[in-house]
Design a protein around this ligand. Structure first.
Ligand code: PLP
Length: 420
């Protein structure tokens, strides 16, 4: 024992030492290449830095520099730090442990996983549901499992990266239609008639613009050309539609959308996790074939507990979603009255359109100096000339928070010439 202690004293205890750089020519060459790539990213002005938060997720955050009002989380319903959601997580942790150390089909399925899948299917009024570690995984796992080289997938050009990657992994014939352009979708559907099966894939709500896919028209075209419809509801589940079921409920097409993928990591408690919900044979097939499901660990019980409680709260009442809608309306109308252009309609993603990339970046920085946390987006994340600051409203913002944000935008906009 004393020998081990002496060695630790000389070298440091295991796990506590300084990082060791790998030696050898290949490692040195890799380091040079990575450093030059990182320099390129910095030079292009697209470096993404991370601000470190020392409090819970919520409308008011503590950063190293002080407190700020947060307008850039996907915490639309404010459930990330809801006391009942946290309590449910603690109870699940105590009863079911930290995790399963296993994938679902070996020994990783607990009663709470089955209960949550049943609850998700009930929430969306679908036959069944399957859980994933994230919606990224759900999107990565569905197309390859469902589509073969005999089939076709038709995807909106602005779909989320995870849909694009999921489609890349499958061997179906790929068609990309112009963003929300129904004429182009129809042309592509005509072209795709030669294939066995056609699947139209779209985000329900697009996160950069806060705009909502024209699902009624998409479903009509799908009916005309004998296609299925898939929607990614990450920015819709829990709050769009009269009962928060999502875009399909909002637009009255719940019986026409075949497959829904969504996340547990945004409005539904914000912990992590994703899912697919739809016809039972599809869900059964995903359990057999979907690689991110088959080869990745089960969702941790605490995470399951959060999402399950979030769904309970939403199924009991839509008061939280209504409160978020009222705050969204307050922000959008006050900003429009102040002279700003806000993209999208009625969605809590409120992009303040500025056009110029530098203007978006300096204004976002100046907003932070005034204690308002918002993020500027410019090319290549959004098209050239369409730079913006994205503001996301949450049910837990107070009217005063919203008014302070509008006031800061007005001051900063005047200072930088974005307002007359
Ligand atoms: N789909 C869309 C539209 C998203 O915005 C996101 C997250 O940013 C995802 C999928 C991935 O969700 P998750 O964070 O659960 O992996």
């Amino acid at each position: 024992m004393w020998r081990a202690a002496a060695v630790w004293a000389l070298r440091g205890a295991p796990g506590a030492g300084a990082p060791r750089a790998a030696s050898g020519a290949a490692a040195a060459q890799l380091r040079r290449r990575l450093e030059s790539e990182l320099e390129e990213i910095r030079g292009a002005g697209t470096w993404k830095s991370e601000r470190v938060i020392s409090s819970r997720q919520g409308p008011h955050l503590q950063l190293a520099g002080g407190g700020i009002i947060n307008f850039c989380a996907n915490n639309y319903l404010g459930l990330s730090s809801h006391p009942e959601v946290i309590r449910a997580a603690v109870e699940a942790l105590e009863k079911f442990g930290a995790g399963l150390s296993s994938v679902r089909f070996i020994c990783g399925t607990q009663s709470i996983h089955k209960d949550l899948e049943e609850k998700i299917a009930r929430f969306h009024q679908r036959e069944d549901a399957i859980l994933y570690a994230s919606c990224f995984d759900a999107n990565a796992g569905i197309f390859e499992a469902l589509l073969t080289p005999e089939d076709a997938v038709l995807s909106d050009e602005l779909n989320h990266a995870s849909i694009i990657d999921g489609i890349r992994l499958c061997k179906a014939n790929k068609y990309r239609y112009k963003h929300m352009d129904m004429q182009d979708l129809e042309a592509k559907l005509k072209e795709a008639q030669k294939h066995r099966l056609r699947l139209v894939a779209t985000d329900g709500a697009f996160s950069m613009d806060g705009d909502i896919a024209p699902l009624r028209e998409i479903c009509q075209l799908a009916h005309k050309y004998d296609a299925l419809v898939f929607i990614d509801e990450c920015h819709a589940t829990g709050f769009l539609g009269p009962n928060g079921r999502g875009t399909d409920e909002l637009l009255g097409v719940m019986d026409k959308v075949t497959i829904i993928n969504s996340t547990l990591g945004k409005a539904l408690g914000g912990a992590a996790g994703g899912y697919t919900t739809g016809p039972k044979p599809l869900i059964d097939l995903l359990r057999q074939r979907s690689r991110p499901y088959l080869f990745s660990n089960s969702l941790p019980p605490a995470v399951v507990g959060c999402a399950s409680k979030a769904l309970d709260l939403l199924m009991e009442s839509n008061a939280i979603a209504q409160s978020m809608a009222a705050k969204t309306q307050r922000f959008r109308s006050k900003m429009t009255a102040a002279g700003f252009t806000i993209s999208g309609k009625d969605h809590p993603i409120c992009p303040v359109m500025l056009g110029d990339a530098r203007l978006a970046s300096v204004m976002a920085e100046d907003m932070l100096n005034r204690g308002i946390y918002v993020i500027g987006f410019s090319y290549p994340v959004v098209p050239k000339g369409k730079a913006r600051i994205r503001v996301q409203i949450s049910a837990v913002h107070s009217d005063e928070d919203i008014d302070r944000c509008v006031e800061a935008f007005t001051q900063v906009g005047q200072k930088h010439g974005a307002l007359p």
